[in-house]
Design a protein around this ligand. Structure first.
Ligand SMILES: Nc1ncnc2c1ncn2[C@@H]1O[C@H](COP(=O)(O)OP(=O)(O)OP(=O)(O)O)[C@@H](O)[C@H]1O
Length: 371
């Protein structure tokens, strides 16, 4: 079902904001995107206090948007740009509101970034692989969790850092919703699921809840996730990046020794155009692009076995060839992939043809010395 932008805006126009007017007339809505039943946008508040005062507005927006037919998910991110005179104490800027009324763990997530000369290794971690996409919704998080599980099943010691801070979905996909990491001294103890060591900013907040942050705090949080988490000894750490080419990608590649990036795309032209942008960015950041993966490649009808190419097929392989990059593999479009992800057990943890596709991808990376 198509959700119109006008309908979304008309709902947001009904919501009064402190200081007068509504969300739209007060020009507080940024980066509105509507994709596959997911409505996302940023509320740009004047500062952290104003953002906190907006909590009821955010709740009302979520309630109204969820009531629109076809809307499955609403993601609202509240930003409070840095003001020169309003800098709060370090660690206070990211407001991670925990669920069920418990206080959030006192991990001081969201401190200012610490000055650092260049990319540093992460203690105990042999390789870092960034999983990126040019566009949201192409299945980057799905691929990351399944690849992590497939690598773990192949005997590798695997970590997964969910850096998709605008929509951290790994806790749900890995069945960790509601669990909290703990702290030991200065260090954060990550969680474990399906043989994978996991840390996500999403573990610090209630699912679907917005965080208040600003650029530097976000970078500080990412640095902490890399340097202050007890990852243990890992053969490979997969980093699930937000879609696009922003601060998180920049920070990761500048602060950590990233071995390489894997780009996920669907075969559609529009996704491929965005994938090219992501590749350009990694090239500029001097992070080697290890290859491309095609997700939602073929659709095999579960009833009759007929194979259909809903989004085209082979576009990513052709693109890889044109760019002189390895084509690492293709993952079929399969309802079980989504159901498994929503249920907290990635399909790669089970046995079957789709799981085999992830196993092949894992073997390819292991064989190439990439994981
Ligand atoms: N191969 C697949 N077959 C069926 N459904 C899929 C497949 N890959 C992903 N999906 C579903 O598509 C939706 C988007 O996937 P996912 O959240 O992994 O994308 P993403 O690129 O990480 O998006 P975002 O960056 O916006 O978080 C999810 O509902 C997921 O379950």
């Amino acid at each position: 079902m198509t959700i119109s932008r006008e309908r979304v805006l008309s709902e947001l126009q009904q919501i009064a904001v402190p200081g007068g007017g509504n969300l739209v007339s007060a020009d507080l809505v940024r980066a509105l995107s509507i994709e596959n039943g997911t409505v996302r946008f940023v509320i740009e508040a004047a500062d952290a206090d104003a953002a906190r005062a907006m909590a009821p507005v955010e709740a009302e927006a979520e309630r109204r948007l969820r009531a629109i037919p076809g809307v499955e998910k609403v993601q609202i991110v509240m930003t409070a740009p840095a003001g020169p005179r309003r800098a709060p104490p370090a660690g206070a800027e990211v407001v991670a509101r925990s669920g069920q009324g418990e206080p959030p763990p006192s991990l001081k997530i969201g401190r200012h970034p610490t000055p650092q000369a260049g990319p540093a290794p992460v203690s105990g971690v042999a390789r870092i692989l960034a999983i990126g996409s040019g566009k949201g919704g192409v299945g980057k998080s799905t691929l990351t969790s399944n690849l992590a599980v497939a690598l773990a099943r192949a005997g590798r010691r695997v970590g997964l850092l969910d850096a998709d801070i605008y929509g951290p979905s790994q806790p749900r996909m890995l069945g960790l919703t509601g669990q909290r990491p703990t702290s030991e001294g200065d260090m954060i103890q990550p969680l474990h699921a399906h043989g994978v060591t996991v840390m996500s900013l999403g573990l610090m907040m209630k699912e679907g809840e917005a965080v208040v942050w600003r650029g530097p705090m976000l970078m500080g949080a990412l640095q902490q996730m890399l340097g202050q988490v007890n990852w243990g000894e890992l053969d490979v750490l997969l980093v699930d990046l937000p879609p696009g080419t922003g601060d998180v990608q920049l920070t990761l590649c500048q602060k950590a020794q990233v071995s390489g990036a894997i780009i996920v795309s669907t075969p559609q032209d529009v996704a491929l155009i965005d994938a090219r942008r992501a590749i350009d960015m990694f090239n500029k950041l001097k992070t080697p692009v290890l290859g491309l993966v095609e997700n939602m490649s073929t659709y095999i009808c579960p009833n009759c076995g007929h194979e259909a190419h809903l989004f085209g097929h082979g576009g990513v392989a052709a693109e890889a060839q044109q760019l002189g990059l390895p084509f690492l593999g293709e993952i079929p479009l399969n309802l079980e992939v989504r159901l498994a992800g929503d249920g907290g057990t990635p399909i790669a943890a089970t046995d079957g043809p789709v799981s085999d596709a992830f196993t092949r991808l894992a073997q390819r990376l292991i064989g190439g010395g990439m994981a």
